[in-house]
Design a protein. Structure first.
Lengths: 532, 325
């Protein structure tokens, strides 16, 4: 027996722990929180926020962002409860596989991984086309130096974006071969980046409309942009606080806030899951969502929704007076009138993109790793480096997937690819919502033994949150199905959406058949043993 | 590609679990696994004893109170007490009903507390083995049990006295022509557990056990609680002697904490299968030369039973699946 005991709790009847070896998880709650905050994707916020008044004239930017917290909070609750009940790496792959069927769990997770790998590729290119182009373009605009202006255009060329993005993805893959190092870089990049962005967002808010207009007028013409957009066909709405477009816009900005549940993908590595997972998910929504809301207020207050919608109307046409696309970072840089703020916000966003790519790719490698541990994919995929303990094969697969996504995004006009896969991940969330609804009843033996199983009026909170998640995610999916703006309601997008699901199911079926020929019964991995 | 390789037909299925640490539900699932997985041989690796004691104390209102997780629960009826004890037992905790004076006396005496926990561990082990005997009788399923570095020595005799086969330090024929060599001791940990020994002692124990081994006797398997060093089955956070986490640049540092002696034995004797535990968070399967080495990991606090279902054929290991039941 042990040499000593320790009292864990004082005052109340105490738990006594004898000295014994035990589980030590690697990821701290802070790292999980930071990872989830990184996933509140502020770089994508820089793009989608500025699209909102253009795509949904009359929408209130701050209110749409605020409303996007509702589905994120509800869905986050589902992932929190599942993450505590089943604290293993792999997230919804584990939950859905257990609650519904392993094939459903795999197909749903396969979709989510495909979308995220694609997005990692897109983000790789954005470092150049959004971040660095914004930096060079704003320096050119503020200094009047044409070299920077030309550089902003050159750096957005397809081949530059592809090669640069691929290098960025390679660097991320290299960092991931050592988890500690990757997390360290992520923390540093995020910490510096968020401070830079916050300073500039607050400054943008502080200077107000008049100073912003004055600064823009030094470079182009604020009213000229609005007039040109009107001539190009943009009709300014009577008000920028209309309910219907505001609600419609929630689906767009939810792309930023819905992903706070990422901590559950690394759940097997997070310490003290009961505390860390809720803090990381809701803390991320509060902090990351809060910054997003500040951005929306700043854009609405200082840029003006008419100006934002007008820049989007003119972007890509000869009438567009700027060197870079009208993303938040670029517009804020020009409007700040300050080289210092231009550098801060653009470098800040580049750093946030890097941090986001690291955590996204890390989470996806954990999913790919989990498939292999369950023997759905070849055993080699779950081999880890003896030196660094990193799942190198899974990292390589994630890298290849992201580079394919990057190539599709940069070299083709296949924008429906993004729309189709967006539907794909929304359906992963829908499946998770269904899993939450049925789990307390279908897998009662696991649910009853769960350390956390709150009820409301006698009904499991997990099921209630599942119902609410289903309704809110279905509403978002409906917007993607019915609104042309999203580019998801085309035959090609549907092909990608359905194709990814079908590939997931077919792959699982083939793997199960092949493993069966080897005498490996994949159903055993998720067979729940009778507990009595 | 491993995915497409056809393997010979198996003729024996093992179900191996480890590090259940006193969890009643995990043990019951383990026994039920024989039927659910159609296994003929059940192997319980080491670390069967629980780590914590949850006293149940009468309060000023005459009700009982007990702490589970971070919650203190007040119980009025015997039914509530039984439910509390069942929940605690499933999480691997021992419970003990006492009045406040008795508890204060015990908690002030470390040796008494140790003795009490050991008694409760022995009692639970007896209950488990009785349950196993009842459920496995007439099924043709064989049960093999070993202790691990965390387990008190008094559990050895409990297993010896049961219908299960105690494995420590022996090469046991688990089925015709299939031999299992077992060692529950581990290399030294920061916690200085009962069966922590230096690597040299581990090597001596392994060599003593395997001294008479000859390949003519059939197929050899290992069941060493401690995983082999630098195998991917032994990755854990590195700790200082005072149990604080080793960090580098603010990040925890992971390292290989397995045994070099176990690894050397695997490389010397080439068992077809090597089963391990000890490092709960290092669930993995790997090849060391021709040996398939497995650590199914452990999630006993959540009532989840991690295990490995392994099919054997006359050629060796036919297939395996890591399970979470």
């Amino acid at each position: 027996m042990s040499q000593s005991t320790e009292a864990v709790l004082a005052e109340r009847p105490r738990l006594y722990t004898r000295r014994s070896s035990g589980l030590v998880r690697e990821m701290s709650g802070t790292a999980a929180l930071m990872g989830s905050v990184c996933i509140v994707n502020l770089p994508i916020a820089a793009v989608t926020l500025m699209l909102l008044p253009f795509a949904f004239p009359g929408a209130s930017m701050p209110l749409s962002v605020l409303l996007s917290f509702v589905p994120a909070t509800i869905l986050g609750g589902v992932y929190i409860l599942f993450g505590i009940m089943m604290p293993r790496s792999g997230g919804d792959y584990v939950f859905n596989g257990r609650a519904l069927h392993p094939a459903v769990g795999f197909a749903a997770n396969f979709n989510f991984v495909v979308w995220n790998l694609l997005f990692a590729g897109i983000e790789g290119s954005w470092i150049f086309t959004v971040g660095l182009s914004g930096l060079f373009g704003s320096i050119g605009a503020l200094s009047g130096n044409e070299w920077w202006t030309n550089a902003a255009g050159n750096i957005s060329q397809d081949w530059v974006a592809f090669i640069g993005g691929a290098i960025g993805l390679l660097v991320v893959a290299y960092l991931l071969t050592n988890t500690s190092r990757a997390l360290r870089v992520m923390k540093v990049a995020f910490s510096i980046g968020i401070v830079m962005v916050l300073i500039t967002v607050v400054w943008t808010l502080f200077i107000g409309r008049d100073t912003f207009v004055g600064n823009v007028d030094d470079v182009a013409s604020y009213s000229g942009v609005i007039d040109s957009a009107a001539k190009a066909g943009f009709e300014s709405p009577p008000s920028w606080h209309e309910f219907s477009p505001t609600l419609s816009g929630v689906a767009l900005v939810s792309l930023v806030t819905l992903f706070v549940m990422f901590a559950t993908y690394t759940g097997g590595e997070v310490k003290n899951v009961r505390r860390s997972i809720p803090i990381s998910i809701y803390g991320a929504l509060a902090f990351g969502g809060g910054v997003f809301l500040l951005m929306a207020i700043a854009a609405s207050h200082s840029f003006g929704a008419d100006f934002v919608a007008s820049t989007q109307t003119l972007a890509g046409t000869d009438a567009y007076p700027f060197a870079s696309d009208p993303n938040f970072n670029f517009v804020a840089s020009v409007g700040s009138g300050s080289m210092l703020f231009a550098v801060l916000i653009n470098i800040g966003f580049v750093l946030l993109m890097c941090a986001n790519m690291i955590f996204t790719q890390m989470a996806m490698t954990r999913c790919i790793f989990a498939w292999s541990m369950d023997r759905v994919t070849p055993d080699a995929v779950s081999r880890v480096s003896p030196r660094t303990h990193a799942p190198n094969a899974a990292i390589a697969i994630a890298l290849v997937g992201a580079i394919i996504g990057l190539a599709v995004f940069v070299f083709t006009s296949f924008s429906e690819f993004l729309g189709g896969t967006t539907l794909g991940f929304l359906f992963t969330f829908l499946v998770t919502a269904v899993a939450a609804i049925v789990f307390p009843f279908r897998r009662k033996e696991i649910y009853d033994k769960s350390p956390v199983k709150p009820t409301v009026l006698g009904m499991p909170l997990l099921s209630i949150l599942g119902v609410l998640s289903f309704i809110s995610i279905a509403a978002i999916a409906y917007a993607y199905f019915t609104n042309d703006t999203y580019g998801s309601n085309t035959t090609r997008a549907y092909s990608v959406f359905l194709g990814a699901w079908i590939v997931g199911f077919i792959y699982y079926g083939i793997a199960r058949l092949m493993r069966s020929r080897q005498g490996v019964d994949l159903s055993l991995t998720s067979t729940t043993l009778p507990p009595d | 590609m491993g995915l497409f390789k056809r393997k010979p037909k198996p003729d024996l299925r093992l179900f191996f679990v480890t590090d259940v640490h006193g969890s009643n539900v995990c043990f019951r699932k383990f026994i039920n696994g024989a039927k659910a997985y159609d296994a003929q041989v059940l192997i319980l690796g080491g670390d069967v004893a629980g780590k914590r004691l949850a006293p149940i104390v009468r309060n000023a209102r005459g009700h009982f109170e007990g702490t589970l997780g971070h919650r203190t629960i007040e119980m009025e009826t015997e039914g509530e007490l039984v439910e509390f004890e069942a929940d605690a037992g499933d999480a691997g905790l021992y419970t003990y009903r006492a009045d406040r004076d008795e508890l204060e006396a015990i908690s002030g005496d470390e040796a008494e507390l140790e003795k009490l926990m050991e008694q409760l561990a022995v009692q639970r082990m007896r209950e488990w083995l009785a349950l196993a005997e009842e459920r496995l009788e007439g099924t043709g399923v064989s049960l093999f049990v070993n202790c691990g570095n965390d387990d008190p020595y008094s559990l050895d005799q409990v297993v010896e006295d049961s219908s299960a086969t105690f494995l420590e330090g022996k090469v046991v024929e688990v089925a015709e022509g299939r031999h299992l060599a077992s060692l529950g001791y581990a290399n030294e940990t920061p916690w200085q557990c009962p069966r922590d020994v230096p690597e040299a002692e581990l090597e001596r124990r392994l060599e003593t056990m395997l001294a008479g081994w000859s390949d003519d006797r059939g197929q050899l398997m290992f069941n060493c609680h401690c995983p082999p060093h630098d195998s991917g089955l032994d990755t854990a956070q590195l700790l200082h002697v005072d149990h604080s986490i080793v960090t580098e640049g603010g990040q925890p540092v992971a390292g290989h904490v397995g045994s070099t002696a176990v690894r050397s034995a695997i490389e010397k004797y080439h068992p077809m299968l090597s089963l391990h535990g000890h490092i709960h968070e290092s669930k993995a399967a790997t090849k060391i030369g021709p040996t398939l080495a497995i650590n199914p990991g452990s999630e006993y606090p959540e009532g989840l039973l991690r295990g490995a279902v392994v099919d054997l054929s006359p050629d060796g290991v036919s297939s395996y699946v890591l399970t979470t039941g």
